[in-house]
Structures are given as C-alpha cells and as structure tokens.
Design a protein around this ligand. Structure first.
Ligand SMILES: [Cu+2]
Length: 150
C-alpha cells in the first residue's frame, strides 16, 4: 500500500515536471497570448513573445529574451512557421538587450493562431542568421512560461 502511494506521488511529480504537455492543452486567455522562443543556430537565446490586445486594430507585441547580446537584433512576424519561414508580415522593433515592444496594426484574433512565426535575427549586420523563433500557433499560458531571471 505504501509503495503504491509513493508511485502515485512520483507520477504527480512527473506531471508537474512536464509543463510542456499541459501548455498545449491549456488555452491562452482572451486578451493575452504568449509563445515560447526556441533558440536557433546555437544562440542560447530563449524567452517569450506576448501578444496583448490593444484596441480594435492594434496588438502590442512584447519580446523578452535571455542570453541576448546588448546590440540590436532585428525581429519580425513572418508568414509560415519556424520550420519554414515565409515573408515578413509585420516588422517589429529591434530587440535590444533582449527586449522589444512594438505596436502592430492587426487585431489579436487576427494574429494569434495564424500560421505566423516571430523570429529574431542575430544582428543588423548578420540578418541571415536566426537566433530565436516562436510559432504563433502554439500558445502557452503566461504562468507556465515565466521569463527567466537574468
Ligand atoms: Cu525576420
């Protein structure tokens, strides 16, 4: 009996330790959607991009990345996915020191869940190298994607 309880506890602990599974199952709240960046090309740059409704035809896009350099890094909302990036749909403010905030002229529902991806480029002089990307089809809850402390 005791062994069984331990097994159940271990299973519960394993669930807590696997938030990625829960994230996909949970729907983001109506006014705010968050997405997790995956590092690309060995950049070590990870973090989140959040879309917040800011009116009928405006969305505030906030990027928070850890492991980013101090210099400016171009960022855009692209068509397609991180695996297959298409053209730029909306340019975003450069990421500087891991942070960027932009106002995009589109409603949150029009952006969220669309086949779009937010990607960050290495630098103004090396725009061809991608350092982080987030698919806008895979929202996570803000609580499950805390921005890591620097
Ligand atoms: Cu881009």
């Amino acid at each position: 009996m005791k062994a069984q309880r331990i097994a159940i506890f271990a299973a519960a602990a394993a669930l807590v330790g696997a938030p990625a599974l829960a994230q996909d199952a949970m729907k983001a709240s109506a006014g705010l959607h968050s997405y997790q960046f995956s590092a690309e090309n060995g950049s070590g740059e990870t973090g989140t991009v959040s879309l917040a409704a800011a009116g009928k035809n405006s969305t505030t896009v906030t990027i928070a990345i850890t492991g980013a350099p101090a210099g400016a890094q171009p960022a855009h909302i692209h068509k397609g996915s991180c695996a297959k990036l298409g053209a730029v749909v909306y340019p975003l403010s450069n990421v500087v020191g891991g942070k960027s905030t932009s106002a995009v002229k589109s409603s949150l529902p029009d952006l969220a869940g669309e086949a779009y991806a937010v990607n960050v480029h290495k630098s103004l002089s090396d725009i061809g190298t991608y350092v982080a990307c987030a698919d806008l089809t895979k929202a996570v809850t803000p609580a499950s994607s805390p921005v890591p402390k620097m």
